[in-house]
Design a binder for this molecule. Structure first.
Ligand SMILES: [Zn+2]
Length: 430
């Protein structure tokens, strides 16, 4: 968000300063209208080291708002980006086999549909360790990665993927164009929700795109989030929650035309892929899916405030049911552990008021997370090996988006009588 949109900052616990979003991050017309408060919660990914337990975790209001002008759902408070993406930000280097296949299939489709070949350029924004761009390189297409975090950028370069270590925006796009760089394909997956200056980001896409090039953006959609009450995917690191309606309006303001929408219900709780071309020079005819999805969103109420108020009621129900379930199990002497110290777990636990007294510990395969604590709830994070040593009666799946994989990995725990609790869309024991 730009300086002129920012309200005065207000100090909060621990010296962090949250900014109240004074105007919609997309259209800038008016502040988002609040519909859901998840309380004041710590930064979800800022795990607490054992030697830092004496100090309280700084907390910031976590509240969802709806823009009544352009329909974009967004948080009503924000932290400076450097507070979120600080040096302690967990580094995720591994991807599920499923996501790698999904990405490779997309690359092959793009090469085929756009007739890419020698001389074509594919750019990825937030290219991480370059695994997607490698699929282009393997097929003889030139690539450029843009990745602001040093670890993944270095890993990408080591793997032979040209990568610039920068935040992407209009200014960077102008510099690239001045160097003679234009992209036939720009891919931006799971990054748009994290972008502090959304308009500069989209303007940059439009600047960098070749005349008949295509931009492909993937992000979890607000429609599936509402439908499955995935409120735990709301946390400070995610500034915005996109519908196709909101994306179309955002892109149109920057001279980009939506030409296709695809839906992947099985990825991150429900992912959408939007494809855009330059409105002035692009030659694609929009697919029938564009009009169909826009109409479906209107029919589902995604364009009205009332739908979001209903969602807030659904969230309160899930939170109450979860606490009742865990409390009654604990009262019966059952032991409960959690699986995966994901950011969404922090939102679920902290906004529902579940702490160490109900969930004894959380296991996670990421060694960088082990021996730390979930912020706020202060639940210790341990190696998954302890599950078979301690055999807790129940395992609360905090990464429900990969529940099938987790349950398959923990088949021995289940064989010995362990049960799984899936928290959303309604808490159930499996
Ligand atoms: Zn707006």
């Amino acid at each position: 968000m730009s300086e002129d949109q920012a309200a005065p900052t207000s100090p909060i616990a621990g010296g962090l300063a949250a900014t109240v979003v004074a105007a919609c991050r997309s259209c800038g017309v008016a502040p988002p209208r609040p519909f859901l408060s998840l309380g004041s919660t710590p930064i979800a990914n800022r795990l607490v080291r054992a030697d830092a337990l004496a100090a309280p975790d700084p907390a910031v209001p976590l509240e969802g708002g709806f823009c009544e002008t352009c329909t974009l759902v967004q948080l009503t408070h924000e932290l400076p980006a450097e507070e979120i993406f600080d040096a302690d930000y967990p580094y995720f280097s591994s991807y599920s086999d499923y996501l790698v296949k999904h990405s490779e299939k997309h690359v092959i489709e793009l090469i085929d549909q756009r007739r890419l070949g020698p001389g074509s350029l594919a750019v990825e924004v937030a290219s991480n360790d370059g695994y997607l761009l490698k699929a282009f390189i393997d097929r003889g297409i030139d690539v450029l990665g843009i990745e602001p975090t040093p670890g993944p950028a270095a890993a990408a370069r080591a793997a032979g993927v040209p990568t610039r270590e920068e935040f992407f925006g209009a200014e960077m796009a102008r510099r690239l164009v001045a160097e003679g760089i234009r992209a036939d394909v720009i891919i931006a997956n799971n990054v748009m929700a994290h972008v502090p200056d959304l308009n500069s980001f989209v303007e940059g896409l439009a600047i960098l795109l070749a005349d008949d090039g295509v931009v492909s953006v993937e992000n979890p959609g607000i429609g599936p989030l509402l439908e499955h009450t995935e409120f735990d995917t709301i946390y400070h690191e995610h500034f915005c929650y996109f519908s196709t309606t909101a994306v179309e309006a955002l892109m149109r303001r920057h001279g980009l035309r939506l030409v296709d929408v695809q839906q992947f219900p099985e990825i991150h709780g429900g992912t959408l892929r939007w494809r855009m071309q330059r409105a002035d020079t692009g030659t694609d005819t929009p697919t029938p899916e564009v009009a169909r999805v826009l109409a479906a969103e209107q029919a589902a109420g995604l364009t009205t405030f009332e739908r979001y108020e209903t969602f807030a009621g659904d969230v309160a129900t899930v939170q109450r049911e979860l606490v009742e379930l865990l409390t009654s199990l604990a009262a019966d002497g059952r032991t409960i552990a959690g699986y995966a110290a994901a950011a969404k777990g922090a939102t679920l636990l902290n906004s529902s008021g579940v702490d160490h007294s109900l969930v004894s510990y959380i296991v996670d395969r990421n060694v960088h997370k082990q021996d730390k604590y979930v912020p706020g709830a202060r639940i210790p994070i341990l190696d998954p090996a302890v599950l078979l040593e301690r055999q807790p009666d129940y395992l609360l799946l905090l990464a429900w988006n990969v529940k099938t994989e987790i349950m398959a990995q923990q088949a021995e725990y289940a064989r010995r009588g362990g049960r799984f609790i899936v928290p959303v869309p309604h808490p159930v024991v499996l």
